[in-house]
Write a protein that binds this ligand. Structure first.
Ligand SMILES: Cc1ncc(C[n+]2csc(CCOP(=O)(O)OP(=O)(O)O)c2C)c(N)n1
Length: 593
């Protein structure tokens, strides 16, 4: 792994530190304003997540103002949306009005939304775990696009997820990791905000070690960022090794509780458990309460130079998982408190924060208010932030539908057979449409009648993989050769993966600048298994064709376990989806064309 260490100048670091504070202020203020200051006609709770946002303020500062390149795409932890909007506001890509209307009509969205926000959200997030997996599949789609000879006029991007540690409880994340390993994932970063808190409580001890082993087992490089530079310096002092051992063994709950209680509580606890009337005692007693609190909360996820250094990596041949230790609510009065997930600062606490941030009353929204660096210098810096380059989002041209789509079928045929025949017909030709179709299926390629299409167009893999049954001269109906030119992506049986891959393929036109026509197939009763991911794909306006086949009464002989009863209702009810129940192949050909 090469780490392209670009020394950061003192000036730049000073600017980034100011922006880090400003981002934290603006995010906290945006939520406060929505809850306490904006007029409420209905008296309903507005909400927002100040603690969850604060947890990512430093990481997102290091990323957006320094590490990201224009070609990189990010899925932001949903509850850190206010930090995202604050960053875009500083970059001049989000308006004050939308921040003032946060969580309200036409305001900035509670969770970043590709379709509803105006500030260039790459991937929507909200239902935890889905945006995370989307980055993995978008990276695979980038490889697909480039392997087919498209998009080489643009540099390869990294697909990055900012992941809440509790998001890793979602099973779809692990289904995606497994599929990523099969497909040779690269150009993908998952940055885990390891604050050891979820919505309800503090998480189990030692999860990081399970994650480390798990990601490594699936071919990821794992980078653990635990201690900040202040702690590293303290560990080098006499007695520092004992302090380090104490922190390493400190249960998550106790650590969080002491973070919340502050310097005096740290001192008492450390002296009670470590005091030796010698080196360790000196190490502790040489610091004021405030210094001790600052030292004990100095985790790497809030240490800009360490983060910048870690994010200077240039080798993307493997996916990378960064486990960044953070504190939920860092810099805010409820830091570390287990109830802080939806906690809101009181007006008095907000006043204190305003004063600490040197923000004058009435100037809360001013972009550079209270910062110790000249506005002109800050603006010059912001104008040069690479990620904010204006041509970030390539747009792909639309494709013309086929003028006439017909297949020779017997007078009496199922629509499933008709679907296979129509796709096979398309696969015969060299039309632009035929080149841009990409099919995928969770281990039901053959039984959903994609076989003839796959025989013609082949399976996709970055490396060639021959069908040995063929070279061994064993007769088989299906040609299972993989190559970089193949147009079918074979998935394991995981319907969540199917829908998230369709979502990634269906957003290729805007994420990778190349339009694809994704066609996914599965048995229609199993749509329910991936329903939230299907909703997610529709919510972010991904464009794809989903074929639920076999369906309905054609499954009767399969018995109750394969009966589809509610699927048509899903088709009718799902927003952003046009659903059809074709009874004739002619009808199907019109729908497909
Ligand atoms: C699928 C889904 N289930 C439940 C929720 C409700 N929820 C929102 S945040 C959250 C916990 C998130 O914890 P974590 O990912 O660790 O983030 P952080 O603690 O940093 O806020 C839950 C359960 C959700 N948004 N999505």
């Amino acid at each position: 792994m090469s780490n392209n260490k670009i020394a950061i100048s003192a000036d730049e670091l000073a600017i980034l530190r100011e922006l880090e504070q400003k981002v934290l202020w603006l995010a906290s203020w945006t939520i406060h304003h929505a809850n306490h200051l904006r007029e409420h006609v209905d008296g309903l709770k507005v909400g927002g997540h100040q603690a969850s946002s604060a947890s990512l303020a430093s990481i997102m500062t290091a990323l957006y103002f320094r590490a990201l390149r224009p070609q990189d795409r990010v899925a932001v932890k949903p509850h850190a949306s206010p930090i995202y909007h604050a960053i875009q506001y500083l970059l001049g890509r989000q308006t004050r009005q939308k921040l003032a209307d946060f969580r309200g009509y036409k305001g900035a969205q509670s969770y970043p939304s590709r379709t509803k926000d105006v500030d260039d959200v790459d991937f929507s997030t909200g239902s935890v775990g889905l945006g995370v997996a989307q980055t993995l599949f978008s990276s695979l789609v980038q490889d697909y696009v480039r392997a087919h000879g498209w998009g080489h006029d643009r540099p390869e991007g990294r697909m990055i997820a900012l992941v809440g540690d509790a998001e890793l409880d979602e099973g779809n994340v692990f289904e995606a990791i497994l599929e990523g390993w099969k497909q040779g994932l690269r150009n993908c970063w998952w940055i885990i905000d390891y604050n050891r808190q979820s919505l309800d409580a503090v998480i189990r001890e030692g999860l990081w070690a399970r994650y480390e082993a798990l990601f490594a087992a699936f071919g990821w490089e794992v980078v653990i960022l635990k201690y900040g530079s202040l702690l590293a310096q303290a560990f080098a002092e006499p007695g520092g090794d004992k302090l380090r051992a104490w922190i390493d063994n400190c249960p998550n709950q106790l650590y969080s509780a002491l973070v919340f209680r502050g310097g005096a509580a740290w001192r008492k606890r450390l002296l009670d458990e470590l005091g030796d009337q010698s080196e360790v005692t000196r190490l502790i007693e040489s610091r004021s309460d405030e210094e001790l609190s600052r030292l004990m909360t100095n985790l790497a996820g809030h240490d800009l130079p360490l983060l910048i250094d870690a994010f200077s990596r240039t080798d993307d041949s493997k996916p990378i998982c960064f486990i960044c230790y953070t504190i939920k609510g860092f810099g805010l009065p409820f830091a570390g408190h287990k109830d802080n997930h939806a906690g809101l600062m009181t007006p008095a606490q907000m006043e204190a924060l305003r004063e600490a941030m040197h923000v004058r009353a009435g100037h809360e929204w001013d972009r550079f208010e209270g910062l110790r660096i000249e506005p002109a210098q800050l603006q010059r810096f912001l104008d040069r932030v690479p990620f904010a380059a204006s041509d970030r989002r390539p747009q792909a041209a639309r494709l013309a539908p086929p003028a006439n789509l017909q297949a020779a079928i017997p007078a009496m045929a199922s629509t499933q057979a008709g679907f296979g025949a129509l796709l096979n017909e398309l696969g015969r030709g060299t039309s632009e449409i035929a080149q841009r179709i990409v099919t995928t299926s969770p281990d039901v390629t053959v039984s959903t009648n994609l076989g003839p299409w796959v025989n013609r167009r082949g399976l996709f893999a970055r490396e060639k993989l021959a069908d040995i049954f063929k070279s061994e001269h064993i007769p088989s109906t299906f040609n299972w050769d993989f190559s970089p030119r193949g147009q079918h992506i074979e998935l394991g049986i995981a319907e969540m993966n199917l829908f998230i891959l369709l979502s990634a393929l269906g957003l290729s036109y805007v994420i990778h600048g190349e339009r694809l026509i994704p066609v996914g197939t599965l048995y229609d009763p199993f749509i329910a298994r991936g329903l939230d991911a299907l909703n997610y794909a529709c919510y972010q306006d991904a464009r794809f064709i989903l074929v639920g086949t076999p369906a309905g009464i054609t499954l009767a002989p399969e018995g109750g376990a394969h009966q589809s009863i509610a699927t048509p209702l899903i088709g009718i009810g799902q927003d952003g989806l046009a659903a059809f129940e074709p009874a004739f192949v002619d009808e199907l050909s019109v729908i497909l064309a």
